[in-house]
Write a protein that binds this ligand. Structure first.
Ligand SMILES: [Fe+2]
Ligand SMILES: [Fe+2]
Length: 280
């Protein structure tokens, strides 16, 4: 840990790379270092997060625990290799995350977009319920139910249920809270349940108060290559701005949606590209 800052968030993999030697991919992976522990949040779409970690001098064998935000392959790509490099970190994941997940293209074609199911069974996985306090710094929660400003792009995402493919309910999605001194960060992977609903859930359940929010907001949808409507993006921007919190976004927010959010939110939002590091 450098310069006395208590908390480091290092982007290992993300859609945009802004420095030579680093690559972008549609996926997310963050390395988080608190005073007491080293965490990986998501594993990108491939082993790129591991390659970038090495380049940044992060010893992945030292990571204490890992979190998978939800059951989409762009958050679990480097998991298999991580399990080999690191022999101690428990992997906190929702049980439903290993279910069958699919995306539907405009031509009706459906593609498997879930995690690698052949990684099960493995006693490294800790299957989480709707709330888990891991220790004094870390909490996980899911079960977000609100319907405010939910991404329309979710309609192209399916899950397997009783041998049928139905609209994904995103019960497999969880979010991480990191407490460090006066600060409390909310970290979302894709915020499929809608970032506004996730924030309201934190308030309703008394998990806050939070000071910072990090994550993709799913305003860009890869299967259709489309953004959410500008009105929805601006509406989300106005809501987020009114919370007074600081936001760092990336991944499935998409650069065009980010520009709109930036117009609305000004200095209250920034983009986290690879290999940026945030010191809080
Ligand atoms: Fe994603
Ligand atoms: Fe996703």
């Amino acid at each position: 840990m450098q310069g006395g800052t208590a908390l480091l968030i290092q982007v290992l993999a993300e859609n945009q790379a802004i420095s030579g030697g680093f690559k972008g991919e549609h996926g997310l992976s963050l390395y988080i270092e608190t005073k007491k522990q080293k965490i990986i949040f998501d594993f990108g779409a491939s082993n790129l997060c591991i390659e970038h970690g090495r380049k940044l001098g992060i010893n992945l064998a030292d990571v204490d625990l890992a979190v998978i935000s939800h059951g989409h392959h762009d958050h679990g790509g480097g998991l298999k290799e991580f399990l080999q490099i690191n022999t101690k970190a428990p992997i906190y994941v929702r049980r439903q995350a290993f279910g069958g997940h699919y995306s539907r293209k405009p031509d009706g074609k459906e593609n498997y977009i879930g995690l690698e199911q052949n990684l099960l069974p493995n006693n490294r996985f800790v299957f989480t319920d709707e709330y888990l306090r891991i220790n004094e710094e870390l909490e996980l929660f899911s079960g977000v139910k609100g319907e405010k400003m939910v991404p329309v792009g979710n309609q192209n995402l399916l899950m397997e249920k009783d041998n049928e493919r139905v609209k994904d309910d995103f019960l497999h999605e969880q979010n991480l809270l990191v407490k460090e001194g006066e600060n409390k960060l909310l970290i979302a992977g894709c915020a499929h349940r809608g970032i506004v609903n996730i924030i309201e859930h934190v308030e309703k359940m008394g998990y806050g108060p939070i000071t910072h929010v990090i994550g993709g907001f799913h305003l860009y949808s890869p299967p259709t290559d489309k953004y959410e409507e500008p009105e929805l993006i601006k509406g989300i921007g106005n809501y987020l701005k009114a919370t007074g919190l600081m936001y760092y976004t990336c991944h499935c927010t998409g650069t065009e949606a980010y520009k709109l959010l930036k117009e609305v939110m000004g200095e209250k939002i920034d983009y986290l590209a690879c290999p940026m590091a945030l010191h809080i």
